[in-house]
Design a protein around this ligand. Structure first.
Ligand SMILES: *Cc1c(COP(=O)(O)O)cnc(C)c1O
Length: 390
């Protein structure tokens, strides 16, 4: 009997080591990694530059404290603000923590404006994390069940429905922010239209609300732009990052600009580990490698190739609803629950994922090559065909 708390239905495999887009289990079997530990391993496994940077930093100092200055944090904040169009950064360790910071920031902003019960608009099918506030912001009743009372101060609306947001703007004077993913990940790889994102941006401006973009999954160059919101040409007031930021070393970030910047002072928020020297070294190296090796363009190119090859290979197949995504964030929606495919792919040496019951989700590392993309398609399409034929 395992003494690990039973919070995951784990697949019966343990990995021993990896190299780029391949990972090997403890029995020596090799897998093609089309999941990256859920959009985390940006540079794949054992990237020499990242390994060297982590080792070098570990040999100097792992952790000091946010009680002291941390030069790596300053450099990382400079870089992230430059890439995102934001002004300042709070560092933490995970996506839910970044979103907690964002929600606190929105409430703080609301109180400063004299709104007594600041309320945040959130979306159906959203995923923002598992802490109490982020679970309450998440649009999945199954994840919330049993954990009531939920945190109040959220209003939920359908995704990609501008009329719904406009309607709330007219009636609810407690709204201080809209929180959304430009591309919903856990919810099933759903893309918001640019018109929706631009319309929400405009409603936020007209009403003095903050726009919070949760970029934890769709950020960090995965979609072929640094951030998902950049496809719509908008600038949020708050953006949150984690997953791919440290390429496997835990780090999260909450970025703010304009009305959302300069609000927090000492004592308003904090984190023991957040942005420690090791995590910042990993994130700086991740970003430098994405830039110098052209991995953002690679994500766009390989992602488009994957979508085209799947569209060709699955054309006319009954049971395939839609193939969608941006860059290396890809969803293949089937007409039935297909969680079984994950285990079958594993047996066949492929790491893939199924989310929202019916959506095969692919999140390969940004170093994924054209030949690996072709191999993934050639090896996974027979599994999908067989499954749908049963
Ligand atoms: C994974 C995810 C989170 C939660 O991140 P954790 O690091 O697991 O807390 C939040 N938002 C989005 C969009 C995510 O994909």
């Amino acid at each position: 009997m395992s003494h690990v708390m039973n919070t995951y239905a784990r697949l019966p495999v343990a990995f021993s080591h990896g190299q780029a887009s391949r990972i090997t289990d403890v029995d020596g079997k090799e897998y093609l990694d089309a999941l990256s530990g859920i959009a985390v391993s940006t540079l794949g496994h054992a990237h020499p530059r990242l390994v060297a940077a982590i080792a070098a930093q570990a040999g100097r100092v792992l952790h000091t404290s946010n009680l002291y200055e941390i030069p790596g944090q300053d450099r990382l904040a400079d870089k992230l603000t430059e890439l995102s169009g934001m002004q300042e950064v709070f560092f933490c360790n995970s996506g839910c923590e970044a979103n907690e910071a964002a929600i606190k920031l929105a409430r703080y902003y609301g109180h400063k404006k004299g709104v007594e019960t600041p309320t945040v608009i959130v979306m159906e099918k959203a995923f923002h994390g598992r802490t109490m506030a982020t679970l309450s912001a998440t649009g999945n009743r199954k994840a919330q069940a049993g954990f009531e009372p939920l945190v109040s101060g959220f209003v939920r609306l359908p995704y990609d429905d501008l009329e719904a947001v406009r309607n709330v703007a007219e009636h609810n004077k407690n709204i201080v922010a809209v929180m959304l993913e430009a591309i919903q990940g856990e919810g099933g790889v759903h893309l918001a239209s640019s018109e929706f994102l631009q319309g929400v941006r405009q409603l936020c401006d007209e009403n003095g609300w903050l726009l919070i973009c949760d970029e934890v999954q769709c950020g960090m160059a995965r979609t072929g732009r640094w951030f998902g919101y950049q496809h719509a040409g908008i600038q949020p007031d708050i953006a949150t990052l984690a997953k791919g930021l440290g390429s496997g070393v835990p780090i999260g970030a909450c970025l703010a600009t304009g009305k959302a910047a300069g609000l927090f002072g000492p004592g308003n928020h904090g984190s023991t580990f957040g942005g420690n020297p090791l995590a910042c070294a990993a994130a700086l190296t991740t970003i430098a490698t994405i830039e110098e090796d052209g991995l953002m363009a690679n994500a766009a190119r390989i992602g488009a190739l994957l979508r085209r090859l799947y569209a060709e290979g699955l054309a006319g197949l009954k049971g395939v609803r839609e193939i969608r995504g941006h860059g290396l964030m890809i969803g293949i929606e089937l007409d039935r629950p297909c969680g079984e495919l994950v285990g079958r792919a594993l047996a066949a040496g492929l790491l893939i994922n199924v989310t929202a019951d019916t959506v095969v989700r692919l999140l390969p590392p940004l170093i994924f090559s054209e030949s690996e993309a072709r191999e993934l398609v050639d090896r996974s399409i027979p599994l999908i065909r067989e499954f749908l034929a049963e």
